[in-house]
Design a protein around this ligand. Sequence first.
Ligand code: PMP
Length: 422
Amino acid sequence: VSRFEGIPMAPPDPILGVSEAFRADTNEVKLNLGVGAYRTEDLQPYVLNVVKKAENLMLERGENKEYLPIEGLAAFNRATAELLLGADNPVLKQQRVATVQGLSGTGSLRLGAALIERYFPGAKVLISSPTWGNHKNIFNDAKVPWSEYRYYDPKTVGLDFEGMISDIKRVLGACKMCLIYAGSIVSYGWQHLKDLLCYFMDVLTTQLVLIQPLSSGRKLLTVIQKKNLIPFFDVAYQGFASGSLDEDASSVRLFVARGMEVLVAQSYSKNLGLYAERVGAMNVVSSSAEAAARVKSQLKRLARPMYSNPPVHGARIVANVVGDPTLFSEWKAEMEMMAGRIKNVRQQLYDSLRAKDKSGKDWSFILKQIGMFSYTGLSKTQSDNMTNKWHVYMTKDGRISLAGLSLAKCEYLAEAIIDSFH
Ligand code: PMP
């Protein structure tokens, strides 16, 4: 009898489990719209040209495979913070940013969560509902309590603004120290961050009766500090929502420009297509260089027993692409191309739904959403029908990845969606 009798079988992962099921399906019409991975119009994986060029450069230079420092590749850390905040952001010159290379977005989030657990005991993280499913796992395993606020309204397949405000207020009222988890969640992505900023303003006007005009950044800062809120951003798709790196980082930059201290996890899985290289970063913007230095020392201390030091290959690719003006502009063009393809697919899906559906249902919510994903409004049973009858693999919350769809398959997908609704 095994010593491991007491270990039960774990359930499959809700997102990666979808890919496993997809691989097992032998029907040719099958579509994998579960995982958020970019595909070409032929539905093939895509390695960016700039990545191939950077890899060739690295090969020519004959770079070695020595260990990186715990905090990662210095050139990468500089590049990633500049990409996030803008190269001329004063907080960089003031050395107020602690940046540590992480194991892609997930590993960086996990490091941030470990920092919260160790230095903000009792802090609670507010997570939007729904969010990327792994957020909950990450905070659970890091032993950081969290609760959800309403965000998505299944009735409108859009934002539940009233619900969001009232839930956040309720939790804020009961918690001494809160982190707002401003995930770059699925379709709504960056819109969401702007909504959050509106929310802060709402808090100020309705709860704290702020006399100064809201445009007064200093006053805003004072009150936010009083409230002890720290926004935690998950920047997993920078460049993918609008096609522009700067535009997609504007919300984070807005918070930083207001003098707020923020946590930001970054990932290069999607925007550079470096999924398997596991390259990303954890950034903490502090109000002083001295605080940033202390935070960085503790991030390194947390990383050392977890994974010792991060992998070098992907970090060198990023540093080479961002550090070379020609490659950098080529990357921007490729990203625009990818974001553009997804936008075209979104439009085509909408057009196909409108053309095929005779019920008069309003499908405009599809066009109102942005980014790699879209909510369809399909329930769990309807999503099951999509998979079982139509071989369309997707998560059970009705979310589909438009990055895994082609123009040619939109009509088929529209048929499947309409059939599953009725
Ligand atoms: N955050 C969000 C919202 C995501 O969707 C993802 C990837 N699906 C990640 C973070 C992290 O991905 P990775 O660990 O590959 O960078």
